[in-house]
Design a protein around this ligand. Structure first.
Ligand code: M6R
Length: 623
């Protein structure tokens, strides 16, 4: 939610001053965080130069082409996901303060902005936007001129101590042309370390083209970067140090790699994403070792209940985790949307393991739920894709996905990687608590090891799915049915279609059909059915096949995703997409893929931007 970059270089750095290029490249990589508007501010010739434009980054580039900016060594850049005030030029960041000598950008929400704004108006400030950010700009400006006596870091410190809510703020001042000052509370910010230059970004992709050396900041810290120094203090003014880390994914991983869109690339990345998630987590005999978890195995043995908290796609991965962990470990697992969890007084104690699942590691709803769980004494474990992000940093334990950067706003490869990581966690707990024999765990791990090539097989035979999507481009509504682990897959299939193609799509538990949703079926209504494996002790396969017949009898167009060789469904399906056979619990890693391809192809056929669907942002850092 909003992408932020900052840059400062020394005067003797070899080459032309390149602040604008660095900022724009950073914004290009961070645009997935929000694309309602974009803007930059640099300091050149003793002045703030700012350009900003509603809409995608390309509009800002046009604006700069028409009104070029002077070369600069210092600057800040922003790409916005609108919260306060519509997506207009006026509301685009940066916002100015101190008689236009100060520029500020912001990610988050300043909750007490109305009160502060009234005070600032009273003091003579004139506002040009409806944003909460402009309040911060004017406030920092007032402190700069007054109590902070021209010290930008101190002005920032005094200002943030008056702000409530979540924010990352970056500021540059024409009178302090050698520095960028930033503050963070509950919103992400990392520092990039260069040679004679330093960087700030909402995440490392904001500077990955220029450096891989980074510094993680803690909560409630202010960082002042100059070309040669990074100085960190707390909001109380006490000096602090950040944790240095090395960014081990390369910039090419965040490029489209020959595909037209990031989404297509990321769907095709899935064999590798799952492989990398499984990598190094078990020995040849399939015995799992998760030393990286940073949690005492004894504590995990004492767990009596697991609660999975997450949002959106990550929550659907959590639903799959529930089926697997309960089956393998015999521990009760509840799954809850993070934003509901902490507002309903959940029953948790020190024997509860709260597992958060998040691609970004920054989702505010999930972060707040993790904090709440910690306050209640629960143990917290994060399943996360983004190294150095806030949720894993604040959790007791972490299992990283290693799926590589996911740039398309709608999640695909992270979903499969989350499911794979949940399986690993479930098997590890089963091993630790003696709930499964080593051979059983080895068998599941061996089958998991086969999954990447099976996903590849689905990808290699995906043309008929794309053809169907193209043929269905004008359909106004699609229903998805699934049962057992197929149910969360149905929910995810529906979410992908809503997000990407903007059409009505609903996922239902197939068994629920007769309790109401069947009333929606009318002639021609497309219904995807995720058919469970016909194998396994408690297979509900025959029941789902009956559901297919029930909707078909009422005129539905039935499209099934079924296991290879499952001929029972063919007769009742207008279209069948087969996936290779695997253990019933592992099927979501395969049955999800045709649904992703369908949604992506249908949206592309409608001419929509599948990487940046309307109204969405990749990382939802507001509650
Ligand atoms: O970064 P997270 O995994 O915590 O994000 C959670 C959801 O916001 C995310 O999955 C969202 O639903 C995506 N748009 C799904 O495609």
């Amino acid at each position: 939610m909003c992408g932020i970059v900052g840059y400062v270089a020394s005067a003797d750095r070899v080459g032309a001053p390149r602040a604008l290029d660095v900022l724009l490249e950073g914004l290009r990589r961070l645009e997935y965080r929000g694309y309602d508007s974009a803007g930059v501010a640099t300091i050149a010739d003793g002045q703030v130069a700012a350009r900003k434009k509603a809409g995608k980054l390309v509009n800002l580039l046009d604006e700069i082409d028409q009104a070029p900016m002077a070369p600069a060594r210092v600057g800040i850049g922003h790409t916005r996901w609108a919260t306060h005030g519509g997506p207009t030029d006026e509301n685009a960041h940066p916002h100015l303060g101190d008689g236009s000598r100060l520029a500020v950008i912001h990610n988050g929400i300043i909750e007490n902005f109305t009160v502060l704004k009234a005070r600032l108006v009273e003091a003579g400030e004139v506002f040009e936007s409806q944003t909460d950010t402009e309040v911060a700009a004017k406030l920092i400006g007032q402190f700069y001129r007054g109590e902070a006596a021209g010290d930008l870091t101190e002005a920032m410190r005094l200002a943030v101590n008056e702000l409530q809510g979540a924010f990352t703020l970056l500021a540059v001042h024409a009178d302090a042309p050698e520095q960028v000052v930033a503050a963070r509370r509950n919103s992400p910010l990392v520092v990039g370390l260069g040679e004679g230059e330093n960087f700030l970004g909402s995440d490392v992709s904001g500077f990955i083209d220029f450096t891989r050396d980074a510094v993680e900041l803690e909560q409630d810290q202010i960082v002042t970067i100059t070309a040669d120094d990074v100085a960190i203090i707390g909001f109380d003014g006490v000096p602090a140090t950040g944790r240095r880390f090395y960014v081990d994914w390369d910039a090419a991983a965040a490029e489209k790699g020959g595909f037209d869109t990031f989404m297509e690339k990321e769907i095709h990345d899935q064999p590798k994403a799952v492989e990398d998630t499984l990598l190094g987590r078990s020995d040849a005999a399939g015995r799992l070792s998760l030393d990286e978890l940073r949690i005492d195995p004894q504590d995990l043995k004492e767990v009596t209940k697991i609660m999975v908290i997450a949002c959106g796609t990550a929550a659907y991965a959590g639903h799959v985790a529930k089926y697997a962990i309960e089956h393998w470990c015999r521990i009760p697992v509840e799954v809850e949307l993070a934003h509901e969890f902490r507002y309903r007084d959940p029953i948790i104690d020190s024997n509860t393991l709260v597992v958060s699942i998040s691609q970004s590691g920054e989702t505010m709803d999930t972060l707040m739920a993790v904090r709440y769980a910690k306050e209640q004494g629960a143990k917290t474990l994060a399943i996360c894709n983004t190294n150095g992000s806030t949720i894993p940093r604040e959790s007791d334990a972490v299992l990283y996905l290693h799926a590589g950067p996911e740039i398309a706003v709608a999640s695909t490869k992270a979903f499969l990687a989350m499911i794979a990581a949940s399986y690993v966690l479930g098997l590890y707990l089963a091993q630790l608590r003696g709930q499964m024999f080593a051979e059983e765990i080895g068998d599941v791990m061996a089958d998991l090891g086969q999954i990447p090539q099976k996903i590849q097989q689905i990808l290699d035979q995906a043309d008929p799915i794309r053809e169907l999507a193209r043929a269905m481009k004008d359909t106004p509504s699609v229903l998805f049915l699934g049962r057992h682990v197929g149910y969360p897959v149905a929910l995810e299939g529906a979410l992908k279609l809503k997000e990407l193609a903007y059409i009505h799509a609903e996922g239902f538990a197939a068994g629920e059909l007769k309790h109401g949703p069947i009333a929606l079926i009318e002639p021609g209504q497309p219904v995807f059915v995720v058919v469970p494996s016909p194998h396994g002790r408690h297979s509900v396969h025959s029941k789902v096949v009956s559901n297919i017949q029930e909707v078909r009898a009422r005129g539905a167009k039935t499209i099934t995703v079924a296991e290879e060789g499952d001929e029972a469904v063919t007769e009742f399906s207008e279209e069948v997409f087969f996936v290779p056979e695997t253990q019933p619990l592992l099927m979501p890693l395969l049955t999800t893929v045709p649904l992703q391809i369908f949604a992506c192809a249908l949206a592309a056929e409608k001419g929509y931007d599948v990487d940046q669907p309307r109204n969405l942002a990749k990382s939802v850092t507001v509650e």
